[in-house]
Structures are given as structure tokens and as C-alpha cells.
Design a protein around this ligand. Structure first.
Ligand code: FA5
Length: 340
């Protein structure tokens, strides 16, 4: 019996080694474990064996049977894996819960959008409403209605992208002041964010950038209100310790006019490359609405006074995040954008 089982085992080993398909493995199972297979034949032969030998021989047959079952099981698993590796289609049929999942990586808001939203929410907290205006303007809204006639030297810096004779890509958000005043009666408090265009290009200037315009018209609005609103805004965005200063300036549509600076947040006022060693950085232009502008929109300049301001969003974002080249905002480099 031992020799017979050994012979069957050698036969089985040699056949299973050469088995490379599920079909021949199924045949092997039938030949060894099936009703007429060799294990059953051995079991039948056991009936004729004397009772004292039965237990020992029965154990040998059962050991052989378990050996055959385990070998077939292992071979089946091996064939399953190699088939899956060969055929990508069949691998989809198996779900492997241990594989790492595919993580969705959500996008984030662009830093300029984030700063715009922050600025909007500060002014909305002060009672300002958000307005919009067109990016393609006529000469009238971009210049003439803002008291910048054709031959005025103030046009020089912004005399840039004309679409045809009269249409111009707006060079600032100030024309929104005119649209709003033409369409609504005072009192009013608005801000107007948006893109503007100028023929400018260096580390702190781009041909397209973003501004936010502000306009407040009411009875008895004074320069003190302008200073107060600007100070609250700048200390909200840069911190309560931020020092703010007003310098006299000139804009044809405001009188008096001012440039507003903050103490350099990079060097704390000691002087550095960003503030050109002055300790101060210009943030925005502002002033009291020129009565000549009120006249063009039919506002009674004896009754109403107004404050206005226009700030560059990129300039604020650069100082807030310590960025030294404005062009980084528009290169769409994910290594830069992922930091916000
Ligand atoms: C104006 O555009 C005025 N309209 C602002 C104003 C509004 C004054 C209302 C009074 C009343 P200015 O040209 O200085 O002003 O531009 C305002 C801000 O835009 C600047 O302080 C600067 O931060 C930003 N800026 C100007 N040119 C560029 C540019 N090419 N790239 C990026 N930012 C710019």
C-alpha cells in the first residue's frame, strides 16, 4: 500500500507541475479526488484489509488525500493570479479591499480670489454693497467722465489698450463709480472689484491686474471718514498694529487726493528691498469726490459729498503673503498655488 500511494503521489506531482490551465487542473481533481478517482479506489481497497491494519492504512490514504487537496488549492490560486496579471480585463472582476484608495484632490481658490473675498467681507461689514462694471469701456467712462479730458497729462500712464477708436480695456475700476451714480440716487456705499489692463510689465506690475474701487456718497462725508474707513480696512487686513499714513497726491476725479501707505510689513519699517528702503509701501489711491464729477452725473454738489478709493489687490496679496514677484500669481505653477 505504501508503494502504491508513493507511486500515485509521484504521478500526481509530475502532472500538477506540468499543469498550466484551469481545465487540466479540473481533470487532475477528477482523476485523484473524483468518485472513480484513485483516492476512492484506495478507500475501496481498504475494505478488504484486516481490521488491525485498517487504521494505519486509512491514515496514509487520508494524508495523501489532504496532500492532493492542498496542492490543487495552491495551484488554483497561482493560476488565478497569473491570469489576472496577464489580462487587465479579468483583474477588474476581482475587488481587492486591501488596495489603497484613489484620493480626490480638491482644488483651492486662487490667492487673488481669496484676498478679494477677504477685502469684500471687510467692506460689507462696513455697510458697502458689491457692484460690477464692464471690462471694455468707452473713452467717456474710463477718462472723460472722471475729469480726465483728451489732452490731460494724467492720461499718459493709462493711455494703453484701445479696442477701436473709442473703446478701451478699462485701466482702473473708477468708471464703475460713474455707472453706479448714473443709475442710483445718493446716499450710497459701494465697492467694485474686477480686472483692469495697462501696458505695464515688471516684478511689481502686470498688463492685467485686479483693483477694488470704493465709493461712499452722503451728506457731510468728510476726509475724516476717508481716513477712518481706510485705517479700519488696513488694520483688519494687515493686523491691528499696522501704521497707516496719507501723502498728498493728485487724481483728476478726487480733490483733495492722497496716496495711502502702510508701514512695510516685511521689514517692520526698518527699510528693505520691498519698500525701497523707505519703511513704507504704497497701497492705494484715494480722495474726496471732485464736484466736477458730481456735476456730470447730476448730483447736487452743494448737498452731497463723497469719498472714493482704488486699491491694487495683487499689491495687498504680495505684502500679506511676503511674495516678491507679482508674475507668480499668473504663471499657474501648482508648486506656488498649493501654498494657499
Ligand atoms: C488708480 O488706478 C485710481 N483709479 C485709484 C483711485 C480710485 C484714486 C478712487 C482715487 C479715488 P493708481 O494708478 O495709483 O490709481 O492704481 C491704484 C493701485 O493699483 C496702485 O496703488 C497699485 O497697487 C495698483 N497697480 C497699478 N498699476 C498696476 C500694475 N500694472 N500691476 C499691478 N498693480 C498695479
Amino acid at each position: 500500500m505504501i508503494e502504491t500511494i508513493d507511486k500515485h503521489r509521484r504521478d500526481f506531482d509530475s502532472r500538477i507541475r506540468s499543469t498550466s490551465a484551469h481545465e487540466s487542473l479540473a481533470q487532475l481533481r477528477i482523476d485523484f479526488l473524483g468518485k472513480k478517482g484513485c483516492v476512492q479506489t484506495l478507500m475501496k481497497e481498504l475494505r478488504q484489509v484486516a481490521p488491525d491494519e485498517k487504521r494505519q492504512r486509512g491514515k496514509l490514504i487520508n494524508d495523501f488525500k489532504r496532500y492532493v487537496e492542498n496542492q490543487i488549492k495552491d495551484k488554483q490560486a497561482g493560476l488565478g493570479k497569473s491570469a489576472a496579471a496577464k489580462s487587465p480585463a479579468s483583474s477588474n472582476a476581482t475587488f481587492d479591499a486591501t488596495l489603497p484608495g484613489k484620493r480626490e484632490i480638491p482644488g483651492t481658490l486662487h490667492p487673488i480670489t481669496q484676498v478679494t473675498e477677504e477685502i469684500k467681507s471687510i467692506f460689507m461689514g462696513l455697510g458697502f454693497q458689491v457692484e460690477e462694471g464692464p471690462e471694455i469701456e468707452t473713452d467717456y467712462y474710463n477718462f472723460a467722465a472722471l475729469n480726465i479730458p483728451k489732452d490731460h497729462p494724467a492720461r499718459d500712464m493709462q493711455d494703453t489698450f484701445y479696442v477701436d477708436g473709442d473703446a478701451v480695456l478699462r485701466t482702473h475700476t473708477s468708471p464703475v463709480q460713474i455707472h453706479v451714480m448714473e443709475n442710483s440716487a445718493p446716499p450710497l456705499r459701494i465697492i467694485a472689484p474686477g480686472k483692469v489692463y495697462r501696458r505695464d510689465s515688471d516684478v511689481s506690475h502686470t498688463p492685467m491686474f485686479h483693483q477694488i474701487e470704493g465709493l461712499m456718497v452722503d451728506e457731510n462725508v468728510s476726509f475724516s471718514h476717508l481716513k477712518g474707513v481706510m485705517k479700519i480696512f488696513l488694520q483688519e487686513i494687515f493686523g491691528a498694529d499696522t501704521q497707516v499714513r496719507f501723502r498728498p497726491s493728485f487724481f483728476p476725479f478726487t480733490c483733495p487726493s492722497a496716496e495711502v501707505d502702510i508701514q512695510c510689513v516685511i521689514c517692520g519699517g526698518r527699510g528693505c528691498r520691498v519698500c525701497s528702503q523707505t519703511g513704507w509701501v504704497e497701497i492705494l489711491g484715494a480722495g474726496m469726490v471732485n464736484p466736477a464729477v458730481f456735476k456730470l452725473v447730476n448730483y447736487d454738489a452743494e448737498k452731497w459729498t463723497g469719498l472714493a478709493f482704488g486699491l491694487g489687490i495683487e499689491r495687498i496679496a504680495m505684502l500679506k503673503y511676503g511674495i516678491n514677484d507679482i508674475r507668480l500669481f499668473f504663471e499657474n505653477d501648482l508648486r506656488f498655488l498649493k501654498q494657499f
